[in-house]
Write a protein that binds this ligand. Structure first.
Ligand SMILES: Cc1cc2nc3c(=O)[nH]c(=O)nc-3n(C[C@H](O)[C@H](O)[C@H](O)COP(=O)(O)O)c2cc1C
Length: 249
């Protein structure tokens, strides 16, 4: 196993950081790594906002649903789907770009680009022995986030990433077994196979929680996900996205 794969396989989210900021060089290396990711048709449809101002970090920690590690970390990044600079190309190149720019396809491209960049950033940070935690809570109150970060139209803050020197390291969470997610040649659709696999995975996850909590918690994966999916969340998203003039056609 090489070092890159070792770093990737050693991932676990970190939610307790030392009070020690990242250096300018570390931040730049993380952002450069993000930018090195592949990008659909070279469109580079994302921006990354590093939040240094402690008052803004404190406010963000609150609006993401009181997650203290958003305020207390070595650096906090927000990854945004961003077609703002592309809209300006219409003026520069005297082209009617909006019908294509404001489509579902370009919206998806911007999400994919931002996610690929973010995961490169995560791996780069972890390769420097830093810890990371993605923060989807950014999408809890996007109007507030938009005010804090002053993002314009054609920009959607997607998730944050808290990065820093780990204070506490969690156990690794076991993923679905490889053969559950990797299929060859065609999709395996048999529901009885899926259900048997889910039951097997439930045993793994239940044991994981039991060990991690000294027996206090032993819920299964399907219980956890069923409970999560039963509740509707962030149902304002379609309206918000369209207000930013994305996903319109
Ligand atoms: C897009 C995204 C958003 C996430 N949002 C949050 C969040 O708001 N708060 C949090 O504590 N963890 C968040 N996570 C971390 C996940 O809970 C975590 O990755 C998952 O439980 C697996 O655990 P692991 O990363 O330790 O392996 C997020 C992860 C992703 C990919």
């Amino acid at each position: 196993m090489n070092q890159v794969i070792e770093t990737i396989l050693n991932h676990r989210s970190v939610r307790n950081f030392q009070d020690r900021p990242l250096s300018k060089e570390q931040i730049e290396q993380i952002v450069m790594s993000a930018q090195a990711a592949s990008t659909s048709s070279f469109i580079q449809a994302y921006s990354i906002i590093g939040v240094k101002d402690q008052a803004k970090k404190d406010k963000l920690a609150e609006v993401v649903g009181n997650q203290p590690y958003v305020a207390n970390n070595g650096h906090f990044f927000v990854f945004c789907a961003d077609l703002h600079r592309h809209a300006l190309i219409a003026e520069m190149e005297n082209k009617d770009v909006l019908p294509s720019l404001e489509s579902t396809e370009k919206f998806m491209v911007s999400l994919i680009d931002a996610a690929l960049a973010a995961q490169n950033a995560a791996v780069a940070a972890e390769s420097m022995d830093l810890g990371i935690c993605y923060i989807g809570g950014i999408r809890n109150q996007l109007e507030e986030v938009q005010k804090i970060l002053k993002t314009p139209g054609h920009v959607i803050p997607l998730f944050g990433m808290a990065v820093g020197y780990p204070e506490k390291i969690n156990d690794k969470k076991p993923r679905l077994p490889l053969e559950h997610v990797y299929m060859e040649n065609e999709y395996q659709q048999d529901p009885t196979v899926f259900k048997k696999q889910l039951e097997d995975y439930n045993k793994i996850i239940s044991q994981y929680y039991k060990d991690r909590t000294g027996g206090k918690r032993e819920d299964t994966w399907t219980e956890q996900i069923g409970q999560m999916l039963e509740k509707k969340s962030r149902m304002y998203m379609k309206e918000f996205v369209q207000k930013q003039k994305m996903d319109l056609r």
